[in-house]
Design a protein around this ligand. Structure first.
Ligand SMILES: Nc1ncnc2c1ncn2[C@@H]1O[C@H](COP(=O)(O)OP(=O)(O)O)[C@@H](O)[C@H]1O
Ligand SMILES: [Mg+2]
Length: 479
C-alpha cells in the first residue's frame, strides 16, 4: 500500500510511516486512536491515511474535526497543507486555510473540515472516515454522535480515528481503549524520522534539541507530553476542575444575565502575566469572558490593555497581585483617566483561603451547575512563545497541573503550591474569586482599600482567616 503511494498519488509528498503509525495505515477497525508524546507524528499519520484513502477510493467522503474550527487551522490543516500534499496541488485550491470547508479531489473524493463548535454543518451528511484531531478535547457524546455519521458505503470499511496527546488516567477515551472498544496505537519519538535517524539508529540533531526542550517541562505536562502517559496530577489543588463542565462555548445570558464585570491581574514578564475579565451573573456566577495571557510585555503594554478592557467591559475593579504596589499605582493612574475612581486594588494573597474559595466555586451548586465557567474562546491572543515551549497558553491549561508542594515522598503541604509551576492564571483567579466572595472586598463596600503589607491589610487577612476557621467556607457561596 505504501510503496504504491508515489504512483497512486502524484500529489503526495514522500512519507514513510514507522512503528505504530505504519500499523495504523493497515488497520480496518471501526474505532481507533493514536496517542503518545507530543511531536511523535500522530496527526501526520492520521492525515496521511486520510489522503491515501481519498486517493485510493474515488468519491469517498471523510470528515476532519477538532473541538473548534479555529484550532483545527493551526494544527491539522497546517500539517495537511504543508507536509501531506505537495506545493501547488489543486486539492489546495480555493479558500485559504482558515476559511476552507473541504478539500475536493479530482477523483470526486472530499475531505470536509469542521469544528465540533458548529455541529449542524458537519453532522448532516454521511462519511466513510472521520478524524478527530486532539480527540481528548471532545466529549464522549461528541465522539458517539460522530460514529453515527459513519454510514457512507464507498470504502470497504468505515473508521473513526482519534489523534491526541494523553490526558487524565480516567479520561473517557483512555477507558474506551482499556475496554477495547477503541483500538489503540501508541506513537514514539523513534517513529518520527525528523527526530530519529533510522539508518544510524540514533537521534538527529533536531531530535536531540527537541527532546532537551521537552525535558524542561514539569509535572503532569512532562508526564503527558514528554512521556506519553495518561496521568492525573497527584495532590491537585483543584481536583474538581473538569473541562467538560467548566469550559463552555457560550453563556446563556437570557436565563442568568451577566450584570457587571471585574478583572484580576497577575504580573509577569519572563513568565506570562495574566488579566482575566469576569462577568458576574445575577446568581453571582463568574464567567471568564476575556483572558490576556502574555509574556515579555512591559507595564505600558499592560496599562494599554487594561484601558482597552475598561472601555469594552466597564470593569469595576482590577484586583491585582499585591506584590507590586508600584504597578498597581501606575495602573490606577492610567485607569483614572477613563473612570474616576481607584479601579486597581491589591488582591489578598492568602493562598489557603484563595484556593478554597476557587475550589468552592468549581463545585456544583444545588442546580447542578458550578459557580465559575470559562468561555472556550475567552483567550484574546495566543502567546506563540508559550506554544513553542509547550507551556500553558491559558489558565485552564494550568489547572490540572496546579498541585500542592511535596514535603517528602507521599506527603504534601496543604499551605502552598509546588514551586516552579505555571500558576499565573491560577494566582490571578485566587485574587479575583476572593474579591468576589468576600464582602471586605465587595465593590459595595465603601471602606478604602488597605495598602498591601500594612498592618491594616494584615489585620483584614487575619480577620478573614478567622472566618474560614469558623467554617464559613463549608456553607458554600454567599448567595
Ligand atoms: N514519518 C514521518 N516522516 C517525516 N516527517 C514526519 C513523520 N512523522 C511526523 N513527521 C513530522 O513531524 C512533525 C510532528 O508531527 P505531528 O504529526 O504534528 O506530531 P504529533 O501529532 O504527534 O504532535 C510534523 O512536522 C510532521 O510532518
Ligand atoms: Mg498532533
Amino acid at each position: 500500500m505504501i510503496a504504491a503511494l508515489e504512483q497512486l498519488t502524484p500529489g503526495h509528498k514522500y512519507y514513510e510511516p514507522h512503528g505504530n503509525a505504519k500499523r495504523l495505515m493497515y488497520c480496518r477497525d471501526s474505532e481507533m486512536c493514536i496517542h503518545g508524546p507530543v511531536g511523535t507524528g500522530k496527526t501526520r499519520a492520521g492525515l496521511e491515511k486520510f489522503h491515501l484513502c481519498a486517493m485510493k477510493y474515488p468519491k469517498m467522503r471523510a470528515l476532519l474535526v477538532r473541538k473548534t474550527r479555529a484550532s483545527l487551522t493551526q494544527s491539522a490543516l497546517q500539517i495537511f497543507e504543508d507536509h501531506v500534499i505537495k506545493e501547488g496541488d489543486p486539492i489546495k485550491a480555493g479558500a485559504g486555510r482558515a476559511h476552507r470547508q473541504s478539500y475536493k479531489y479530482p477523483n470526486g473524493s472530499e475531505i470536509v473540515v469542521g469544528g465540533l463548535d458548529n455541529p449542524d454543518r458537519i453532522m448532516s451528511t454521511e462519511y466513510d472516515m472521520i478524524g478527530v484531531e486532539e480527540a481528548v478535547e471532545a466529549t464522549v457524546e461528541d465522539w458517539e454522535k460522530l460514529t453515527t455519521r459513519l454510514r457512507s458505503r464507498v470504502m470497504p470499511y468505515r473508521q473513526i480515528i482519534g489523534m491526541c496527546n494523553p490526558s487524565a488516567r480516567t479520561h473517557w477515551l483512555r477507558l474506551r481503549m482499556d475496554e477495547r472498544i477503541t483500538t489503540e496505537f501508541q506513537s514514539k519519538y523513534e517513529d518520527n524520522p525528523v527526530w530519529w535517524d533510522h539508518e544510524k539508529g540514533d537521534w538527529t540533531e533536531e531530535g536531540r534539541e527537541y527532546i532537551a526542550k521537552l525535558d524542561r517541562l514539569t509535572g503532569v505536562r512532562y508526564l503527558r507530553l514528554r512521556k506519553g502517559l495518561w496521568v492525573t496530577a497527584e495532590g491537585a489543588i483543584w481536583p474538581n476542575f473538569d473541562s467538560d463542565i467548566h469550559v463552555i462555548d457560550a453563556w446563556d445570558d437570557q436565563q442568568d444575565p451577566i450584570q457587571w464585570h471585574f478583572a484580576d491581574v497577575d504580573w509577569g514578564f519572563d513568565r506570562p502575566g495574566v488579566i482575566h475579565v469576569w462577568g458576574v451573573t445575577r446568581s453571582r456566577r463568574a464567567i471568564l469572558v476575556c483572558e490576556i495571557y502574555m509574556s515579555e510585555k512591559n507595564m505600558d503594554w499592560w496599562c494599554e490593555v487594561a484601558v482597552r478592557l475598561q472601555n469594552q467591559f466597564g470593569i469595576r475593579s482590577f484586583v491585582c497581585d499585591p506584590s507590586r504596589p508600584d504597578n498597581i499605582d501606575l495602573l490606577n493612574h492610567k485607569l483614572y483617566q477613563v473612570d474616576d475612581h481607584n479601579c486597581a486594588i491589591p488582591g489578598i494573597n492568602a493562598f489557603d483561603a484563595g484556593a478554597n474559595v476557587v475550589r468552592d466555586r468549581l463545585a456544583l451548586r444545588p442546580d447542578g451547575k458550578p459557580g465559575v465557567f470559562f468561555l472556550r474562546n475567552a483567550l484574546d491572543e495566543i502567546d506563540q512563545r508559550m506554544v513553542t515551549e509547550k507551556s500553558a497558553v491559558r489558565t485552564v491549561d494550568e489547572i490540572p497541573d496546579y498541585t500542592f508542594r511535596e514535603i517528602k515522598p507521599g506527603q504534601r503541604s496543604k499551605e502552598e503550591p509546588a514551586p516552579g509551576l505555571d500558576d499565573h492564571g491560577c494566582d490571578a483567579m485566587r485574587y479575583g474569586m476572593m474579591y468576589l466572595d468576600y464582602s471586605i472586598y465587595a465593590p459595595e463596600n465603601e471602606k478604602p482599600q488597605p495598602k498591601p503589607g500594612t498592618a491594616d491589610e494584615i489585620l483584614r487577612i487575619s480577620e478573614f482567616m478567622e472566618r474560614i476557621r469558623a467554617g464559613e467556607f463549608e456553607q458554600g457561596d454567599s448567595d
